[in-house]
Write a protein of this length. Structure first.
Length: 424
């Protein structure tokens, strides 16, 4: 076997060549690994948005709870308050007495009127019965006596006529006999007329006048009875006292409020809504008081537009129970929907991106020309017109059926290339 001898100076050159060959091979592997390890495309979720000609907006109207009926009780005339039967917070049934006035003066006036009526009634009864028979008999006797006087005077006159021609009596004596006869005749006629008057009874006019006097007294008594009845206040309906303004002994003026009552267990909600929303309000079936929902009764609208707010009052009866503890004056809400005619797009609120100067934008995905699975991110400005907390309606030049990123917009920027992971 032959042995080759290599000079010592050749060994470093061979080692250097081997190292260069090895280094070149490793460089190709590193370059290929760098190409294969480039970052993957970001997966995003998007939704196809459709252009619409209008959207529905939810509007909440605030109102107040009030009793169906409320009244401020007062006396129609003044006087001293004698008693008050209830206090604030007391429940009272319909027809129960709640307050009284002192009626001692009215009672005295009533006694005077009763006495006067008795006297007027007695006079009326006398007129209707006519004169007593004893008076008529006396008048008849007077007629008969005067008839005798007439006969006697007629005899004296005839005798005077016979002797006056012979001069036995003077002319004056004859004239006196004639005058006595005529005077007796007149007295008899007067007595007969008086007798006929007594027999005929009272005139109808006198009876009618007396009837009117009795009726006038009765009317005064009735008026006084009405005043006596109005000296007592009664509850007009089942109610709860919410105000007491006077105590016993107070001197009251006419129509001065003593008690304020609210109808018990009958409540309603009153809202002021625009006239355009009346049809929507008529369809409402519930009202919210606090965090509870109550069924609505037959809705009534007040046919009048308020001059200041230009709204119409809508009254909604509430179907509550005594355990609900809904009180007058509480705030209530009514939710209605209003259709707004607007050419817009509906987006999720998470799709909006804050832009410059307080504006808003969204990201649209556009298919790449080189790879159908790759999308380019484009920025479009939008103008929000309404949001309900989850969705937002915007006005934009964004084409119809565009793919808009609906989540994770904070990870994107215009010009990025992404991969579509999910479509809604």
């Amino acid at each position: 076997m032959a042995v080759i001898s290599v000079p010592y100076t050749v060994i470093p050159q061979v080692a250097l060549a081997a190292v260069l060959v090895l280094t070149a091979g490793c460089g190709r592997d590193v370059a290929m690994s760098a190409v294969d390890a480039r970052p993957p495309l970001l997966p995003v979720s998007a939704m196809a948005v459709c252009r619409r000609s209008s959207f529905v907006r939810s509007i909440t109207y605030y109102g107040r709870v009030e009793p169906v009926r409320t009244t401020a009780l007062s006396f129609e005339f003044g006087g001293r308050l004698e008693s008050v039967a209830i206090d604030e917070g007391s429940e009272v049934r319909s027809g129960c007495v709640v307050a009284r006035l002192d009626t001692s003066i009215l009672e005295a006036e009533r006694a005077v009127l009763l006495s006067r009526r008795a006297a007027e009634s007695a006079v009326l009864a006398r007129l209707r019965r006519g004169e007593r028979k004893e008076i008529i008999a006396a008048a008849l006797a007077k007629v008969r006596r005067l008839e005798s006087d007439v006969k006697l005077a007629a005899s004296d006159r005839r005798r005077a006529e016979k002797v006056v021609a012979g001069g036995s009596i003077s002319r004056s004596a004859y004239d006196q006999a004639v005058a006595l006869h005529e005077s007796a005749g007149f007295a008899l006629e007067e007595a007969r007329q008086r007798l006929d008057e007594l027999k005929a009874g009272s005139r109808e006019e006198d009876i009618s006048a007396q009837v009117s006097r009795v009726a006038s007294t009765d009317a005064e008594l009735k008026l006084l009875d009405v005043r006596l009845s109005k000296a007592t206040l009664v509850a007009p309906f089942d109610a709860i006292c919410v105000g007491r303004f006077h105590d016993e002994g107070d001197a009251l003026l006419p129509a001065e409020v003593v008690l304020e009552l609210n109808e018990a267990d009958a409540l309603q909600a009153r809202f002021s809504v625009p006239a355009q929303q009346l049809s929507a309000a008529q369809q409402s079936r519930c009202v919210h008081v606090g965090d509870r929902r109550y069924a609505a009764g037959d809705i009534v609208q007040v046919p009048q537009v308020d001059g200041r707010s230009r709204t119409v009052d809508v009254v909604i009866p509430l179907k509550t129970s005594p355990h609900d503890r809904v009180l007058p004056g509480m705030v209530c809400t009514l939710g209605l929907e209003k259709r707004i005619p607007e050419d817009c797009l509906e987006l999720p609120l998470s799709a909006l991106v804050a832009s410059i100067r307080g504006l808003w934008s969204c990201y649209r995905l556009r298919e790449s020309d080189s790879d159908p699975e790759v999308y380019d991110v484009e920025k479009f400005d939008v103008t929000p017109v309404h949001t309900d907390g989850d969705r937002v309606y915007v006005v934009s030049a964004l084409p119809d059926q565009s793919l808009v990123v609906n989540d994770g917009v904070h990870k994107l920027s215009p010009g990025m290339r992404v991969r579509l992971a999910k479509t809604y």
